[in-house]
Design a protein around this ligand. Sequence first.
Ligand code: ADP
Ligand code: MG
Length: 279
Amino acid sequence: ARPLSRPSHPRIITIANQKGGVGKTTSTVNLAASLALGGLGVLVIDMDPQGNASTALGVDHREGTPSSYELLMWESAIEDLMQRSPHAERLFCIPATIDLAGSEIELVGLEHRERRLAEVLNIDDLVSLGIDYVFLDCPPSLGLLTVNAMVAASEVLIPIQCEYYALEGVGQLLRNVELIQQHLNRELQISTIMLTMYDGRTKLAEQVAGEVRNHFGDAVLRTVIPRSVKVSEAPGYGMTILQYDAGSRGALAYLDAAKELNDRSDRLVSHSEGTRDSA
Ligand code: ADP
Ligand code: MG
C-alpha cells in the first residue's frame, strides 16, 4: 500500500445498514486495514455483539475481555480498551464480546442512552492517540447500539450489496439518519455509499449499481467491491483480505476504495468544527 496523506481532522465513520450480510463488517475491517497499511492511525470499535470485526482483526474477544461494552457503560477509557491488531502498525480495535448482547436493553434504563458513545469519543483524545479514522461496525438493526454509533459519528457509510432487494430497507435507514440529524447529531452526513459483492457477469449487478448511482450521485464511491470467495475466506483465518491475499482483486479493490475515501477528506464540510450540539 502506498502512503496516504492524513486527514486534517480525525474522521469518525459509522458503517450502517440494518440488513444483515450486506458487507458492513467486511468493509469495515478491509477499509481499516487498507488505511492503516497506508500509514494512518485507525481504530475499529466493534459495536456488533457477534464480534466478527474483532475476529477479522485478530484481537482477543473472549467473554470477559475489556470491550466496547465497558466503553458504553463508561467503565473504561478508549486508550485502556483498544488492542493493537497484528495486521498493521497503527491498526487498533476495541472488540465486542458477548457482554454487548444484553446492552440494547440495559441502555434503555441509562441516562443519556443515545449519547453514551458520543460522550466518550472525543476528537481531542483521538488526536492525542494518533488516530485518523474511527470505524464503528454496527449490528444489523436500527436499535440503540446503531443509534449510539450514529450520534458519535460525523459520517455514515452505507454498504449496498449488488443483489436482489439491494435497496430494500435503505429508505428506512435514510429516515432514521434524518431523525438523528434533527434531534441528536446535526453534524451527521451520509458521506459514502459503497457497492459490495459486485458480480460483473450479471446484468442485475449492473442494474443495481446504476440505480444506486442515480439515487445517491457523488456519495457513491467509484470503486466497486467485487464478489470474491477469497474475501469471504479471510476472516476464517483471523485476517482481512490484505493479509490473506494481498494481490487479489478483492484486496486491490479495498485499497482503491480506501484511497478514494481518504482523498475525499477535504470535501467534507463540518457544521460545527468538531463540537456537537447537545439535544
Ligand atoms: P454484515 O456485516 O453486513 O452482516 P458481512 O461483512 O459479515 O456482512 O458479510 C456477509 C457475508 O458475505 C460474510 O460471510 C462475508 O464473508 C461475505 N462477503 C462480504 N463481502 C464479500 C465479497 N466482496 N465477496 C464475497 N463474499 C463477501
Ligand atoms: Mg457485521
